[in-house]
Design a protein around this ligand. Structure first.
Ligand code: MSP
Length: 505
């Protein structure tokens, strides 16, 4: 048992929450819930990134102050979290005064350590990425490779962060910590970026006012990325009123991010921490994009599968299940309503839901709800399972971890077909055999439920309540005789009579 500090990126408030944001949040939440089951002391952080040019521009266009727009939009992300059943321990906003003060404190330390200087900068800039692009990155016609909009040539006097000073130390860190960035090909990508030679980066913007003021030169605000990255550190100092959690939780065990922000997290961020003499995070995990029609879903491209609509129709657990099952976590993959509905029906309703319902129904019918106290079968199918699942989750391999559990759901359904308990029930001479089958089914369902609790928290709550075995501690994820003694009626976990799909506007 130890501590487990896990984070999501903080999301830009300049548009509405979409499936991509839900995706990262769900993945990080699964890790947080899994570690709580293992008895770890967990801190799960998410929140919003409120500064920078896009927010200032959007507010301007709406005739609002940036703060008013940020307040309004931050609320949409804050309320997404309980809808997703995210168990975050804090929701950070980069406009929190405590965050801003801490950002200033850390960056002053970096300046005092000699890693900040003033110079001119000129380059291609994408206002939507809030990032300068190198010549190698830009598309034909000076366009952003992500947003396909025309880039502007910007020149200004800035403070710079001496990223170049960290080239060797970063290379060494990657060599010494092969687990630092996963999956492996992302570590290689980051490392080749580093080995390609690091240029110093802009630390401040002079033309903007919507940001954290540079304390030694109040005509500047910090470049939004440095303000944003530091959220992972600043949050711990004020998340719990009256207590500083930094000593308990720093450094993080796991940052979860999408591949679009690899460079910032795998290069800038460790260098920034080195410059501030702070310990580095243990692991970054870089997941892929959810794609619709082959393009990344994002607010600026407009092709959004609305997570709120999906959750309204199918429930939050169904969304959580779908995104982690249908697309291998760590790779890009297409999502679609058809695939969603198919998985809902085959895996959730017919697979797991039906297994749970019929197991409970048979114990109620043949044994008045009393689970026979006998040794369950299928030991060979369940031995070592919990450890294997935990090992995969530790490597952020969420999809293979889930597959191991779903193999057991399928195994249990096959077991029902093989043992035909309804036939055994016809002859009292088979009573002992029926006892074993029923005990095995209930115990198998319970173990599978404990392992699925991080992904399907609501469903598992209901199911374990019907088994009168609400404990989801990870130690209970092994077959045990007598873990459940009495079962109660269970309403369908994944109903098939769903509300119709809303008509597109
Ligand atoms: N504010 C920055 C992050 C700062 S972290 C210190 C930012 N925000 S964002 O709102 O654009 O969110 C980006 C993140 O949202 C991605 O890294 C990823 O986690 C998630 N996703 C956004 N679109 C996505 C997909 N289409 N697919 C999967 N995840 C995606 O960048």
């Amino acid at each position: 048992m130890g501590t487990f500090y896990v984070t999501t990126p903080i999301y830009y408030v300049n548009a509405a929450p979409h499936m991509g944001h839900a995706y990262t949040t769900i993945a990080a939440d699964v890790m947080a819930r899994h570690h709580r089951q293992r008895g770890d002391e967990v801190f799960f952080l998410t929140g919003v990134d409120e500064h920078g040019e896009p927010v200032a521009n959007a507010a301007d266009a709406l005739g609002m102050t940036p703060q008013a727009l940020a307040d309004q939009n931050a609320e949409r992300f804050r309320s997404l979290m309980p809808r997703l059943n995210a168990s975050n321990d804090f929701f950070i906003r980069t406009t929190d005064p405590e965050h801003k003060a801490k950002v200033q404190e850390v960056l002053v330390r970096i300046k005092d350590n000699g890693y900040v200087y003033k110079d001119h900068y000129e380059g291609w800039y994408c206002p939507r990425c809030a990032d300068f692009k190198s010549e190698a990155e830009i598309e034909d016609g000076s366009r952003c490779p992500i947003h396909h909009i025309e880039l502007t040539m910007e020149k200004e006097e800035n403070y710079f962060f001496k990223l170049s000073a960290f080239q060797e130390r970063l290379e060494q860190h990657y060599a010494d910590h092969p687990e630092f960035v996963g999956p492996r090909h992302r570590a290689n990508e980051a490392l080749s970026f580093i080995k390609g030679g690091l240029q110093d980066v802009s630390l401040s913007r002079a033309k903007l006012t919507w940001g954290v003021t540079v304390p030694w030169d109040e005509d500047h605000v910090f470049y939004v990325w440095f303000d944003a990255l530091l959220n992972y550190y600043t949050a711990l100092s004020y998340a719990k009123p009256g207590e500083d959690l930094t000593g308990t939780f720093w450094p993080p065990q796991q940052h979860v991010i999408g591949k679009d922000i690899l460079k910032f997290h795998a290069v800038f961020w460790p260098a920034l921490l080195m410059a501030a003499d702070l310990p580095l995070p243990e692991r970054l995990y870089i997941h892929g994009y959810l794609l619709m029609d082959g393009e990344k879903m994002s607010k600026s491209l407009g092709n959004v599968l609305d997570p709120f609509v999906v959750m309204d129709r199918f429930g939050t657990d169904a969304l959580r299940h779908y995104v982690l099952r249908d697309v291998t976590f760590g790779q890009d993959g297409s999502v679609s309503t058809e695939a969603f509905e198919q998985r809902y029906e085959s895996e959730l309703a017919n697979g797991f839901g039906n297994l749970a319902s019929r197991s409970i129904a048979m114990v109620r019918k043949y044994r008045d709800g009393a689970v026979p106290h006998v040794e369950p079968e299928l030991r060979e199918d369940f031995d070592g399972l919990a450890d294997e699942v935990a090992a995969l989750i530790d490597r952020a391999e969420l999809t293979p971890a889930l597959e191991l559990v779903w193999e057991r759901v399928r195994r249990l359904n096959r077991y029902v077909e093989e043992t035909t308990p309804w036939a055994l029930a016809k002859d009292p001479a088979n009573a002992e055999r029926l006892d074993v089958v029923l005990a095995t089914l209930i115990e198998g369902v319970r173990v599978v439920a404990v392992l699925l609790a991080p992904v399907l928290p609501e469903t598992v709550d209901k199911l374990l309540a019907a088994l009168n075995a609400p404990d989801i501690a990870y130690a209970g994820a092994t077959l045990t005789a007598g873990a459940v003694t009495q079962v109660d009626v269970l309403a369908p976990l994944f109903p098939k009579d769903l509300p119709p799909a809303p008509v597109a506007a």
